[in-house]
Design a protein around this ligand. Sequence first.
Ligand SMILES: Nc1ncnc2c1ncn2[C@@H]1O[C@H](COP(=O)(O)OP(=O)(O)O)[C@@H](O)[C@H]1O
Ligand SMILES: Nc1ccn([C@@H]2O[C@H](COP(=O)(O)O)[C@@H](O)[C@H]2O)c(=O)n1
Length: 506
Amino acid sequence: MAATGFDPPSSASSDSDGYDEHVFFRDIPEEDENLDDYNYRMSLIHPTPPPSRPTSAAGSEYDLLAVLLSTPSFESCLALENSSRQRTTSMSKTGKSSTKKLSAESILQSKTRTIYTAGRPPWYNKAGEQVEPFVIGICGGSASGKTTVATKIIESLNVPWVTLLSMDSFYRVLNEEQHKKAAQNEYNFDHPDAFDFELLLPTLQRLKEGKKVDVPIYNFVTHSRETRTKPMYGANVIIFEGILAFHNPQVLELLDMKVFVDTDADVRLARRLKRDILARGRDLEGVIKQYVNMVKPAFSTFIAPSMVHADIIVPRGGENCVAIDLIVQHIHSQLQARGFKLRPTLAQSYAGQPLPEALALLPETPQIKGLHTFIRNKDTSRDEFIFYSKRLIRLVIEFALSLLPFKVSFQTAWYILFYIELFWSLLTCAESGIHSIAYAFPNVKIVTSAVDPEINENFYVIPGIGNFGDRYFGTEPTITVTGGSIKATAGGSCLSRVETKEASPV
Ligand SMILES: Nc1ncnc2c1ncn2[C@@H]1O[C@H](COP(=O)(O)OP(=O)(O)O)[C@@H](O)[C@H]1O
Ligand SMILES: Nc1ccn([C@@H]2O[C@H](COP(=O)(O)O)[C@@H](O)[C@H]2O)c(=O)n1
């Protein structure tokens, strides 16, 4: 654990698995608590933009849309859209059939709104069945690097929903006498009795069931729980870390994968000295006294022996990228087996089917061909890539507006722009993506400037531009070769797969 008054991270989200997959397919139970959960998640996806318009290097269109989408008009448009939605399967005129099926269970009515759902919240599988999250336990001595390893796993995983639960949040509330001992560095925080397992166990159980929990926030300076708690939510992956993560047999039962972080005692002591003095309000003598009398003995008695439960031992902790990569790969294969990883399935789902009626393709003029030639060239610089992409985006948006069957009034303008957000990401699109969006948003017209028949195993359009978002925002993985070893990095974190060839656009 790295910070004073640890504010437990609730969920890390990334959208790599596709916007549509985890945003709008939300099954909302009717209780208000769960609706709050829904609203919370929606706020993560559509955070309120800052009042002033941000000056992002990557495009004013998006900034404008972000501001527009935060307006009350957007909410009403969404309600309008949702209330009229039906699940449909539509085929193009060239196809044999054109069917429209209403699925009553995909429309959910709460007290305040109507919500369309294809029946699959983030932690449900493709068939809409609830799937247990994958729970990882990380154990190890104090300052061994448990939190650092957990954070690196989360960074490398690139999975939409991950929850990190720290055992530190479950330190017991002390009485007056215990507080006095703690102030003199004489209270044993490393003994199992110091932890509130009666609260910890049901909390982890509920999270594993995909339910919301309220987690205490612990303050290491005052040795006490804060009055507020932190809400946490079920996820695809739950990481539970703590010095005694493997101590309680019932907790152990809940862990699908057990990782022990094994860092030398002298390194741990050095890190702890620095951290406790800088971040936990301690002094040198106090830290050493606590370490010698309680931390070190408890490590030998309780923590080191629990290493026998570990599936993986990570020497040195967070700097051990190889071990973290292995863990990440294992988690990916477990998620795949549980049916969480839908993108590869969706990519293959519609092979050979005629394109949906909802698709409107820009006429292939010399101008469009020229713009595509630039953005599909892997040697096009990022500045040029953004420049030509913006021109193409403008043409797509203009074309989309020209397709609207009604006169644009002030009210309808918001409605149109809601659609444009979807169009915009479809500058170019793979067939499987068009089918997936047409299925999820049956009433939305999809406008794009090019349809690509295939995507490769990295979901790159072939022949194409690599990952459009990565090229546009400059977040492409890079390869560095140092001292004969090849290391792939993305945003400074360990990658789940170390590439042996350049990860350049195809
Ligand atoms: N590989 C590392 N190199 C240097 N400092 C580290 C490393 N790993 C962790 N630390 C530092 O050591 C302290 C404890 O790390 P942390 O990951 O919070 O351990 P734990 O969760 O096991 O207590 C933190 O201040 C952190 O920044
Ligand atoms: N009030 C407290 C509570 C706990 N500790 C020490 O924290 C260590 C566990 O946290 P890590 O992040 O290092 O795993 C544990 O060794 C306790 O001694 C404390 O000093 N004061």
